[in-house]
Structures are given as C-alpha cells and as structure tokens.
Design a protein around this ligand. Sequence first.
Ligand code: HEC
Length: 500
Amino acid sequence: MKKLTPLPYAILATLLINLCACQDAQPPQSQQIFNTSEKATLSNADQVKNCSFTKGANWWSRSFESLPADVAKNPVTGSPEFCEFYQFAEDYFLFLISPSTTPGIANLEDQVNFPLLETTGTNSCDDSYPRHSLNVRNAKHEEDKQGFIIPERIDQAGAHAIYDQQGNVVFYEIRFTKNLCDYPAIQSKLNFPGKTVEMKMAWRVLNTADNASLFYTTNTSINGKDYRLGLVGWHIVVTADNHPEMVWITLDHQSNAIACNDIGTNQTAFDFTSQTCAQNKDQCNNLNQTLESKLLKLPTGTKANDICQSFPYGSVEGKPITERDGLNIALIKKLNNELHNNILNQPGLPTSLPVWKNYRFTGALWISDTKLDSSDKTNQRGSLQLANTVMETSFQGTVKNPSKTLNCFICHNYNGTNSGNSNTASTALLSHIFDDIISGQKCNDVTASSLINNQSQAESTCPSTCSNKSINLAWNGQWTNQDATTGKQLPMTVCGCCIK
Ligand code: HEC
C-alpha cells in the first residue's frame, strides 16, 4: 500500500455550465449549427432517447471474451458519449452478475477469472486461496504510517470502520482480473490493457431480522463461526483501450441509506440509517463518520454510525438535461429502470438474477481527454460526486457545496498520456492494489526470532529477520502475528520479506 497524496480540499472545481454532451472540447452550441465539418451534433435529450440498454435473449450466457475492450463510438457524433460509457458499464455489470460455471456463485466471485486479493505477503495469484479475504477498514485518504496490512485481520482493532444498524461491522473484499498477475507484461506498457477489471465489495452480516432474499449473499466463517453475508456496496472499475483511466462504477443496495436531503421528510429506517436519524438530523449518531473499531466480535455492541447519501446519482440534481449533470442523471435513471423492469424480468432469466433488482447504479466516472491527468477537474465526466455510501461514507461531497467535488479520482490518480508517466508502475496511484499483487508474488512471510507486539519492535526486528534469511530479501514494512487464512493468533510473528 502506498502513501496517498493529501486531498486537494482547497482546490475548488470550476462550476461547469455545459451545453454540450460531447466528450471533446467543442465550440458553443450556437456555432455548431454552422459547423458542418467533423462532428455532427446530438442534443442531450436525443442522446438519452436513443440510448438503449435493452439486451437480447440469453445475455446471461455471454462470455468474458465477448465483452468490449473499447468504449463504443456514438453513431451520430463518432466519439464515445455519456450513453456509450453507461452501456460499457452495463455490459460488464451484467456479465459479472451472471451465473458462473461454478454452481451457486456469480461470475464476480469466480476465482479463475477474478482472483481474490489476499493478505499482504500472500500470493493472490497462486492456486491456493481462501473462500474469502475480508477486512474491516474503509477507504481513507492517507495510509497509516505503519504499513497497512490487507486485509486487516477481521478480529484486529482498527480505525475507519462502519457499522450497520444491528451493530455489525462492515467487511470489504477485493478481486481483480487474472491478467494483473503477469505483472512484467502489464508493466511493459504505461497503461493497463482494456478489459482489466478491479472490484471492491462491501458485505454486511445478515441475521434473522434480515430478509436474505433481498441480497446477493455469500457464506463465510468468522472466528470459527458461520455467517451469511449480504452484498451492500460494489465498486467495479474497468479499463478500456481507448479509456485507460478506467470507467469508475459504483452500485449501492437500495436499502443502504436515506438521501441526506430526505432526512426529516422521509421517516423510514434504512440498514445504515436509524429511524430517529431519518426523522431528525439532530438525532443522527456520527452521521457519515467512520468509527474506531475495538477488538471485533459479532455483534460488536457498538452503537452504529448513521449514514445518509449526499448524491444518489453521484451528481448535482435538478439541472436541466441540456447540462451534463442533467444528462448524466437521466441516463442513470434510464439504465436502472431498464434493469429493474425489463432486463431482470426477461423470460428464462436464471433464478439467481432477480435479486439484483435490489441494487442500483449510483453512477459512473471517467475523463474526456485521456492525454490529460484525471486531476484536471474540467476533464472529468459522468458522476463528478461519485461515492458509495458504505465505502466512501466520509468522503461524500456535500449538497450545499457541490463545486467541491469529491470522487474516485481524488485517491485513484490517472496520469494522462501527455505526462509520459506510467500508470502501471508499483508507485502509481491509479490502482491501489497492483503493488500488492506484485509484492505478493515477490514476497514471503518470514518468522521473526521473537514475538512482535508493536511497530517499533517490528522496526528493530524485521529488517534483520529478512536479511538473515537471504541477502536478497528486504523488509517491506509489514508484519503480523495472526494467521492469514484463519485470523488466529500465531505463536510467532511474521515479517514481510521481499526480493530486493
Ligand atoms: C478516500 C480515498 C478513496 C476514494 C475517494 C476512493 N477510493 Fe477506492 N480505494 C482507496 C484505497 C486506499 C484502496 C485500497 C484498498 C482499500 O483500502 O480497501 C482502494 C481500492 C479500490 C478498489 C480496489 C482496486 C484498486 O484499484 O485499488 C476499487 C475497485 C476502488 N477502490 C474503487 C473506487 C471507486 C469506484 C471510487 C469512487 C466511487 C473510489 N474507489 C473512491 C481509496 C479511495
């Protein structure tokens, strides 16, 4: 895990008044009427009207190979428009939720195509893997000084956890496409190849008070006890050859959280919003804050933090369709509507699929000109406030100050092709896991000669533990005294040692 750059809180995005949906810089609309060269124009209203999300029969039998490597070009303008990004997002989503050849799971959990990111110091690319690799830490803007161990042991204390209304902590898990395992091939280019997928999932414990049929579920063992987990949040990011910055997509479960604007008017409880908070903002407990997690047991006995969703479509609402935010929201609504009322109702649909009607696309984010860095806010497109309620709980923008955009690119930085900088280098910040995938293949856990209980003991013991082992190994800053698969306390401490 690398150090992340601090949030550029001070940088306020220029408020964009966008008359044109087109991806590339274009003259104002009035001039376009007379501009017969190059591109034909497409009004935003027509773009939404012509944008089809319908699918043919048996879409759930599609193979990964048949998925697009490029974001398609709009037939009218000749370049990808908002519609084509959402169609691209839809294609990957529908593939990922489709039944895998392994009974009982969807493609998204198929280890053959989408290996699980395992504990630091463990090879996520070999044939040995656990059923799950859960951690409790939410996204945060700066890595801790002590090396972040992924996944943080589920029974280890840590900061930045969130709790559902039953007092259970939320777990996170990461998967990626297997092509990333061949890191020399990936690093021979400045950008990840098209069809590279990375996913982050948020799960909550389901118990008798929950209707499990409303969730995509999985079973796991935590501290030796069996639990059923329900998917509550899902990040999917996909590289396209023509969009190496990746298309950043997120989905929320419908019953996660109240829209912040609805507090006081909508009286219902959500899985992450108490009824008292839904009724009155003053009654909310640590609204949109993460909490310190004590030694974890389930249920934790922790008073849950309340969550509300600042931007249900990752965009400022109430704008006309002639503006980009208006266009973006119209397309997200159309996509969710088609999914819920048509695509997931098709005849012959496998029985595992209707459950996805309980999830919705919050939005997608990408950039217009891939020559430029993602940090250039005028270059960002789609849901400029994209955040997931259960993953970026404390990193959602505020409705009152929408020009202060907070989105995925704050932490996941793409270097435009003009910069000449690599996005696949271990130090690059587009993917936060690629360095772990590499080091997992290069590194080993080596047993230290004494038990280590804190960072300063690790700093004095681990370097020699690694160098004693072989002159080629150096300490990677990480250590643990818990077993990677079972989470149990080990009699000895292991230090992360990597090939220099
Ligand atoms: C506040 C910083 C921050 C923000 C904002 C953020 N992330 Fe992340 N993200 C991280 C960190 C750190 C990791 C590394 C793993 C972890 O901590 O869980 C990560 C991991 C991921 C992963 C796993 C693969 C990878 O690339 O590392 C995905 C996928 C992901 N994030 C998607 C998103 C999406 C989509 C958004 C926007 C909706 C987003 N993230 C916003 C910090 C952030």
